[in-house]
Design a protein around this ligand. Structure first.
Ligand SMILES: CSCCC(=O)C(=O)COP(=O)(O)O
Ligand SMILES: [Zn+2]
Length: 208
């Protein structure tokens, strides 16, 4: 059963309260969206505190990132959402967060990816059924030119149809799912894995 625009807007508001509460979307950082139709997304407006969103703090865009609601300013990172909806028709929700662990881990990693292996929690990602798998998470350098950043993300997505999320260095995480609950589950899984990775690196550094 498909949800109404009001229900989808409420999902975005609720996601903001949850993610802000966990410390993963501080202040006005982050942006969230759901698919409205085959050719439209419902996205957070730019610059709002994500723990204090109301149902009017969202707007419809087309999949080229154009606002369909004059007077409302879409997220500065709209294109990073709409490119995902264009990439895979089964994606129904996209979340972008700015946690401390995503920020620190992406800055500490000189390579252009992180790989998770042998963690049971990898099974929280869509399409993964065993810890005996490798989840490769690409890291793209931050760029204030979002169209240019999206153009760097696209070839990776096209070459890795099973990609479950990506990091932007010193900035944050993008992940997605068929529905909002799937995207939220993947955010939690990523945050768990980021923390494990940072703790492991810290212990290994102390051991020399
Ligand atoms: C204060 S965070 C800087 C912008 C950003 O990275 C972000 O996620 C929020 O931007 P938006 O335009 O979606 O509010
Ligand atoms: Zn951001």
């Amino acid at each position: 059963m498909s949800l109404t625009r009001e229900q989808l807007a409420q999902q975005i508001v609720d996601a903001g309260r949850f993610l802000y509460g966990r410390g993963w979307s501080p202040a006005t950082s982050s942006n969230y969206s759901t698919r409205l139709s085959a050719s439209e997304a419902l996205l957070t407006v730019s610059g709002k505190h994500k723990g204090q969103l109301g149902v009017d703090d969202v707007l419809a865009t087309d999949l080229a990132g154009n606002s369909l609601e004059p007077g409302k300013k879409p997220s500065a990172e709209t294109l990073l959402h709409t490119q995902l909806y264009s990439w895979r028709p089964e994606i129904g929700a996209v979340l972008h967060t700015h946690s401390v662990n995503a920020t620190v881990l992406s800055r500490l990693t000189p390579q252009d990816f992180i790989e998770f292996e042998d963690y049971e929690l990898q099974k929280a990602f869509s399409g993964i059924s065993t810890h005996e798998s490798r989840v490769r998470v690409p890291i793209f350098d931050n760029d204030q030119d979002i169209a240019r950043l999206a153009a760097k993300v696209q070839p990776w997505l096209d070459a890795h149809p099973d990609c479950v999320g990506y990091l932007i260095r010193g900035h944050g995480l993008y992940t997605w799912g068929a529905q909002m609950n799937d995207a939220l589950r993947q955010i939690e899984a990523f945050e768990f894995l980021f923390e494990c990775e940072l703790k492991t690196r810290s212990v290994m550094n102390r051991q020399g």
